[in-house]
Design a protein around this ligand. Structure first.
Ligand code: BJW
Length: 264
């Protein structure tokens, strides 16, 4: 069997900045999970090419066709059941262990950062595994979603309210605590990485901008250009499942060569 090819070498300045950083924050988007087989939203083969977000990812859509929206999320949960974290998720978990303070701010609802072992994860857009009743707000178990009749939406066993996924749809506010913690992490970051996100959706897309304004060194990891490419300090082009392991490897080497390894 042939040796796995080495991960691409990251920019030297980024590695040096990370090695000297007290606080590192990362904003991730659907692109980091693409190599786990989970579709992104705005790429050529993304969900929004196939589906209209206004018919699936708004409260109005849910109230007019709750069974259709519930089905769509059940379909996406089924894709996730077959998936697991990839080398990109795992590299971020490695990075977390190498810096004094690390925050992974994710727009993803797939739980893959947690499954990869990252401890400090902020979920800005919720989590697709959780569901709750729109009336009594009680969390619903998975079994409630197994509908009794075709065309009948799943309802709360306690109050009869409709069950929705615990995700943030267009026009809805992000969870306040999560957004405040994300803003605090962006404001205090010495290095901020924007990974696998088009940076097209607000308010999440404002976080890298805030970080840079507050003095962070801002690097983008993406296969393509994004809304923020023009303002970043460094662009690392390529699939996150290859470029992030390269970064973690380089930081590990820098750390082992330093006079005071890993403690700093
Ligand atoms: C790779 C790769 C590989 C591929 N390696 N890279 C300011 C200006 C304009 C509009 C607004 C604004 N402020 C608010 C708005 C409105 C709206 C918005 O932003 N609209 C824009 C689209 C114009 N925002 C909202 O409505 C938000 N709410 C809000 O603002 O509320 C205000 C309010 C306050 C108080 C009370 C009430 C209201 C809510 C936004 C919710 C977004 N929800 C979704 C669905 C979540 C649930 C679900 O999963 O079904 O979140 S939409 C979708 O987009 C999902 C994502 O988290 C989000 C971001 O997408 P992401 O992750 O960036 O994915 P893609 O596909 O866009 O990009 C993938 C990237 O990966 C690409 O760049 C690829 O190149 C790259 N890539 N493979 C590395 N292997």
């Amino acid at each position: 069997m042939s040796e796995p090819s080495p991960s691409p070498r990251p920019p030297t300045e980024l590695v040096e900045r990370l090695a000297g950083a007290d606080s590192v924050a990362v904003l991730t988007g659907a692109g980091i999970s693409a190599e786990s087989g989970i579709p992104t939203f705005r790429d050529e083969d993304g969900l929004w090419q196939q589906y209209d977000p206004s018919e699936l990812a708004t409260m109005e859509a849910f109230l007019s066709q709750p069974d259709v929206v519930q089905d769509w999320y059940a379909h996406r949960r089924a894709i996730l059941e077959e998936a697991g974290p990839n080398d990109g998720h795992r590299a971020l978990a490695r990075l977390e262990a190498m810096v004094p303070s690390f925050t992974c701010i994710t727009q993803n609802v797939d739980n893959l950062h947690q499954e990869a072992g990252t401890e400090h994860v902020i979920e800005l857009h919720g989590n697709i595994q959780r569901n709750y009743c729109v009336d009594c707000e009680e969390e619903a178990s998975e079994s409630v979603l197994e509908r009794l009749e075709e065309g009948e939406p799943a309802r709360c066993p306690d109050c009869g309210g409709l069950i929705r996924p615990d995700v943030v749809w267009f026009g809805e506010a992000l969870p306040r605590e999560a957004m405040e913690a994300a803003q605090a992490a962006a404001r205090s970051a010495d290095v901020f990485l924007s990974v696998g996100t088009s940076a097209a959706v607000h308010p999440a897309a404002g976080l890298p901008v805030t970080a840079r304004r507050r003095g962070a060194y801002l690097a983008e990891f993406n296969v393509d250009t994004t809304e923020i490419t023009d303002l970043v300090d460094e662009v690392v082009r390529g699939p996150a499942g290859e470029t992030l392991p390269g970064l973690a490897d380089a930081l590990e080497s820098a750390d082992s060569e330093s006079p005071n390894p890993s403690g700093r």
